[in-house]
Design a protein around this ligand. Structure first.
Ligand code: KG4
Ligand code: ZN
Length: 342
């Protein structure tokens, strides 16, 4: 089955064509084409995503990308998968409108996909991660979400923990801004942290590890961001690389400890980490190190680096699962839901 994916929830316009086989038991995917138009240059001068500018860019980019996608194979697809939430509603509507017109023109069914379900499915792209055993636990870390999700199967999700305020990617972005780094802040902050060296230890920076000892699986990152603000205010000569490193250490330590606490309780066979922040090298290293040191019988999967950020291939993969269940939505019933939950 060939699925055409469409993703416009935030500041990346994505269109992809994915071939899917194997059913729910043994799903396999081949990415025929995955196109992403990034809007970094448009939003960078504003230090963050401007929803109306993003909407306009999606409107402009979608037909251009679709034209690029069209080829010998791509005029044929069996279903259209489109992100309907969560995200910025004006942006989501652009993708929905485009999906509606394509479905009508080609007389194909539409599946509505939750963007976070797309991130979960992103670990299946790249061709080597097919054998996911359930129950699985997923740590979803992006610019809008920080969630621990218990998965009994594909499309069978239960959130067991989440952030009470800022998402971890959002905290990276806000702290990056405080440090004078360009948008998007997460990767820039991580690069700066790598520049910190032993000499910087003289600054002796210690930030809090919010909620690290709480009994639940929830998170909080807004206090950590404020602690960085105060550290900068109280010590103008502070080394920014050292501060970036301590912030990253703190955020990642909380993610790792909380995830392992949830592993202890729910005893999953598989651990999945997905979302934009899954690209963070320190998170990957610390999580694997801790799992190995505790000798946990747990297989851990991260998406391939090129599929950690927003893309339409992951939406097509999640769309396949819906299509298998014949979970189609009538085009006129499609609706953008900015706050859609898993
Ligand atoms: O999943 P994503 O592309 O979009 C959302 O669904 O939000 O995630 C974007 C987030 C941004 O906050 C970005 O700063 C963060 O992921 N991010 C990173 C890294 N790469 C992207 N955060 C920390 N370290 C990175 N290497
Ligand atoms: Zn995302």
């Amino acid at each position: 089955m060939k699925i055409l994916g469409i993703e416009t929830s935030c500041d990346e316009t994505g269109i992809a064509l994915v071939e899917a086989n194997g059913g729910l038991k043994n799903p396999r995917f081949r990415v025929i084409k995955n196109l992403v138009a990034s809007q970094i240059k448009i939003h960078a001068p504003f230090g963050g995503v401007v929803p109306n500018l993003a909407k306009r860019e999606h409107e402009k980019n979608l037909p251009i990308l679709y034209k690029k996608l069209l080829g010998r194979f791509t005029s044929k697809f069996d279903a259209v998968a489109v992100t309907t939430g969560p995200g910025l509603e004006p942006c989501l509507w652009e993708g929905i409108n485009f999906a509606q017109s394509l479905a009508k023109e080609h007389k194909k069914p539409i599946v509505a996909v939750n963007h976070m379900a797309g991130h979960l499915a992103s670990i299946l792209l790249g061709g080597k991660n097919e054998n996911i055993r359930f129950p699985a636990l997923a740590l979803l870390v992006s610019g809008g979400h920080t969630e621990l999700v218990l998965m009994k199967g594909w499309l069978n999700y239960k959130i067991v923990g989440e952030t009470l305020d800022d998402a971890v990617g959002e905290a990276f972005d806000k702290v990056a801004r405080l440090l004078g780094l360009p948008y998007p802040g997460g990767p820039a902050l991580s690069k700066l942290a790598d520049k910190s060296n032993v000499k910087h230890q003289m600054f002796n920076i210690k930030l809090p590890r919010p909620m690290i000892n709480s009994k639940d699986f929830n998170f909080s990152f807004s206090g950590l961001k404020t602690a960085v603000l105060y550290a900068l205010r109280d010590n103008p000569k502070i080394n920014k690389a050292a501060l970036a490193k301590e912030f990253q250490n703190s955020a990642i330590e909380v993610l790792v400890i909380k995830t392992l606490k949830a592993v202890e309780k729910h005893k999953p066979k598989t651990l999945i980490v997905a979302g934009g922040v899954a690209a963070n090298k320190h998170l990957r290293k610390e999580l694997i190190k801790t799992i190995n040191s505790r000798r946990l019988p747990l297989k851990t999967f991260f998406p391939e680096k090129s599929f950690t950020g927003d893309n339409a291939a992951m939406i097509a993969v999640a769309g396949y699962f819906h299509a298998l269940k014949r979970d189609f939505t009538k085009p006129a019933k499609l609706k953008a839901s900015g706050r859609l939950s898993l």
